[in-house]
Write a protein that binds this ligand. Structure first.
Ligand code: SF4
Length: 212
């Protein structure tokens, strides 16, 4: 597999925020979001077999593993195999994906964190909306919000697609584009049933640190 980096840190996002986690960041991405903070993952990465990745994760000894990117489903067959092997070995597995490729064949024991790209990302037209039909209650849907327009678009998207109550919904302020305090106020005003998702690893380690 093409691997960008493997590291262990504190999970900074999702309902798992604050928990120690090993991240397997796979290389390459098919999108180019305007706010992307992992552009270094676009490159080819280093070649590792599924077994080598498993051995590396085993040596670390942390039970929560997130497979991320880049876009991990670009390497579909091997990524699906990696997920199932980790689950079979007793790990709790999160799979973060940009929402443009199908999630239907992912092992249902994994927790999928599915991006819905807002207009502010510049990649909204790339979404595979059939993915919404495969979401389980244990999965999470993430909107990265760049502006008030993105917020209103996301609020409408949730209503129009009947997402309320189906799984955890995360609203993340795009770093440097939208102040978290504004997004928090809008959520409170609207009594919106979503979770504010603030990338706590960036508050802890700084915005320019890699492998955190
Ligand atoms: S999907 Fe993720 S890695 Fe790819 S361009 Fe968008 S933010 Fe960057």
């Amino acid at each position: 597999m093409k691997v960008c980096e493997i590291f262990t840190s504190i999970q900074g996002e999702s309902s798992y925020a604050g928990v120690p986690c090993t991240f397997v960041r796979l290389a390459e991405c098919n999108l180019r979001c305007l706010y992307c903070d992992t552009q270094y993952s676009y490159a080819n990465g280093i070649e590792m077999s599924v077994e080598e990745i498993l051995n590396h994760v085993k040596l670390v000894g942390v039970n929560l593993v997130e497979i991320t990117g880049g876009e991990p489903l670009l390497q579909e067959a091997e990524t699906l195999q990696l997920i199932t092997s980790l689950l079979d070995d007793g790990y709790e597995v999160l799979l973060e994906t940009n929402g443009s490729l199908s999630i239907k064949d992912i092992d249902r024991r994994a927790v999928i964190i599915l991006d819905v790209k807002t207009p502010g990302s510049g990649m909204n037209s790339e979404m595979d909306l059939t993915n919404l039909g495969f979401i389980k209650p244990s999965d999470e849907i993430k909107f990265v919000i760049c502006s008030r327009e993105d917020y209103e678009w996301s609020r409408s998207f949730i209503a129009e697609n009947g997402l309320k109550g189906r799984c955890t919904i995360l609203f993340s302020p795009a770093l440097g584009m939208l102040q978290p305090v504004l997004l928090a106020r809008w959520i409170i005003e609207d009594r919106l049933d979503v979770r504010l998702n603030t990338q706590i690893h960036k508050y802890i380690f700084g915005t320019d640190e890699r492998m955190v």
